[in-house]
Design a protein around this ligand. Structure first.
Ligand code: ADP
Ligand code: MG
Length: 295
């Protein structure tokens, strides 16, 4: 049976929108020394919007957007959703894509109107460009997008650069205050993301996080948690995506965004029902208070 004080703690959590699934989770939260945040959908609102179009020479804004959106329709990624929404908002006709292929943490490829389209991160798309890999992309545009925390989505067509689509997500209002509070509690705060380094650093700066690990492939997120644990730190992981589920399970305490995908919610020991980041502070502080009370 769960001791009464733990039950009371779990009840108080529930009232604050923090669903603590077990007494063990509430107990384990007391020992946490490092708090690891996923970026997209966790620190940020997770509803990115297209903020800039930078087509390559000879390609129009609409052509760039329509090609990319046609290839992205089959993807569940929030970046893909932003590209498709922007195209639909502009009233652009999307073509039927064939041979759609999604590579988690990298991008997608598809055949659109008989042309090979690749959409994704810098490295992934450049690998699909023939000849001079530097030709065609506006590097200054990519740097500007990343410097403000946006993601430069690269697009190639038939082995040629087609352009860059800037997609930007907004930091959750409460993120800086939550990071400050966690630091005050003596915890190390870390951000983990599959996004590019420059983008990750810009968002981390806005949130007040100094330790960032970027370009983490989905299958490596759990390993990054393990690395921290090997440093002797008990780790709380906060995430919302399919990519985050193994890391949530690996962490000493996994906190899932209630607004996230079912796989993440299932993998979490604690669920932040409203997707509100203050719940992290609530859970960790509640655990400390309850455990102090028990002793
Ligand atoms: P995060 O950890 O921020 O949720 P992911 O691991 O899902 O990011 O993806 C890492 C990076 O790969 C993205 O920042 C993006 O550059 C690229 N990427 C992945 N999937 C897509 C997609 N469907 N369309 C465009 N870019 C993508
Ligand atoms: Mg995420």
């Amino acid at each position: 049976a769960v001791p009464t004080s733990l039950m009371v703690g779990m009840g108080r959590g529930a009232q604050a929108g923090v669903l603590i699934k077990s007494g063990e989770a509430l107990q384990a939260a007391e020992g946490v020394r490092a708090v690891v945040f996923d970026k997209t959908g966790t620190l940020t609102r997770g509803r990115p919007e297209v903020s800039r179009l930078s087509p390559a020479r000879g390609i129009s804004d609409d052509e760039l957007l329509a090609l990319a959106a046609s290839a992205e329709v089959g993807s569940e990624h929030p970046l893909a959703a932003a590209v498709v929404r922007a195209a639909r908002d502009k009233g652009l006709a999307l073509a039927q894509a064939e041979d759609f292929l999604s590579l988690p943490g990298r991008g997608v490829t598809a055949r659109v109107n008989g042309r090979e389209v690749a959409v994704g991160n810098d490295e992934f798309v450049r690998e699909r460009i023939s000849g001079d890999q530097d030709a065609g992309f506006d590097e200054a545009a990519a740097d500007e997008i990343a410097a403000t925390g946006g993601t430069p989505v690269h697009v190639a067509v038939d082995g040629q650069a087609a352009g860059i689509i800037g997609v930007s997500d907004v930091l959750k209002d409460e993120a800086p205050a939550v990071v400050r509070e966690l630091s005050r509690m003596g915890l190390s705060v870390v951000m983990l993301t599959g996004d590019a380094t420059a983008t990750a650093q810009a968002v981390a700066r806005q949130a007040g996080i100094s330790r960032v690990t970027a370009r983490v492939l989905p299958e490596r997120k759990a390993q990054e948690v393990q690395t921290l644990q090997a440093e002797g730190l008990s780790v709380a992981m906060i995430g919302d995506g399919v990519n985050d589920a193994p890391a949530l399970a690996q962490a000493d305490v996994g906190l899932a965004m209630g607004t996230g995908l079912d796989v993440a919610v299932e993998a979490g020991d604690i669920v932040l029902m409203r997707g509100e980041l203050h719940g992290v502070v609530t859970a960790l502080a509640l655990s400390r208070a309850v455990m102090r009370n028990i002793r």
